[in-house]
Design a protein around this ligand. Structure first.
Ligand SMILES: [Zn+2]
Length: 247
């Protein structure tokens, strides 16, 4: 069975950055997994929550509702602290993400780009870097070998994608985006479901008008950069993350 694993930093990234592609893959029979590294407890918009713990609980529920709308087979929110991914133990976080890859055994992994996406958020950059190393190291028997003594086997995912864009935001820090190799053109209804999934994150409601306006203005495509492939080949343009996937 085809399996897709998406690593994100915050609840709402799964809808805002990957929603259409997650939905498309689920519709086509792909088992889809989202692993979100933080519960988003440091968000500017608090939705009336009185503490970080309360906001984290609210955002976990919002994430679950969004994942359900997008047909995600399994969504998980990890316990890393929002806003502090750059201050975590690198080796330990990659250990954790490597374990997820070896358990889920996806053919395709997607995450944010190391630039941090169009928002340039530091957590996005770190999620990308952790996920990138986990993609590579999950395949190697000399990395986190102790996992292999506990029932897990090495796993080489076939492709790693970074979500990317053809624009930058004027009011953000400078970013250098990865070139697009892969265009997932959404059907009108898929775009509407993506926007609705983003709106499951009611604590972030002040973001809705800007998000919706930006998404509608930029067209229906979600763009990706093929960052690594288990099969060496020249770059080519694609419309499907599972193009050329075996098994
Ligand atoms: Zn985010």
């Amino acid at each position: 069975m085809p399996r897709l694993l998406c690593f994100t930093a915050h609840p709402d990234d799964e809808a805002g950055a990957f929603g259409g592609t997650l939905l498309r893959c689920a519709t086509r029979g792909v088992e889809t997994h989202v692993v979100c590294l933080t519960p988003g407890q440091a968000a500017t918009h608090r939705g009336g929550a009185k503490s970080d713990e309360e906001l984290a609980a609210v955002r976990r529920r919002e994430f679950a509702a969004s994942c359900q709308m997008l047909g995600v087979s399994h969504g998980a929110v990890l316990e890393y602290p929002d806003g502090k991914l750059d201050r975590q133990d690198f080796y330990a976080v990659v250990d954790d993400l490597t374990r997820h890859i070896r358990q889920i055994r996806p053919q395709v992994i997607m995450t944010i780009g190391p630039e941090g996406g169009v928002t340039a958020h530091t957590d996005h950059s770190m999620a990308a870097i952790f996920a990138t190393m986990a993609f590579h190291w999950a395949a190697r028997s000399n990395r986190y070998a102790e996992q292999l003594h506990n029932g897990l086997a090495v796993h080489q995912a076939q492709k790693l994608y970074y979500v990317t864009a053809l624009f930058t935001l004027a009011d953000r820090q400078p970013i250098s985006l990865s070139p697009s190799t892969t265009t997932v053109e959404l059907e009108p209804q898929e775009l509407e479901t993506k926007i609705s999934a983003f709106k499951c994150h009611a604590s972030q409601a002040p973001l809705f008008p800007y998000f919706e306006a930006t998404v509608r203005k930029r067209g229906r495509a979600e763009l990706f950069h093929l960052a690594a492939s288990a099969t060496p080949h020249r770059s080519q343009s694609e419309t499907d993350l599972f193009a050329g996937i075996k098994g």
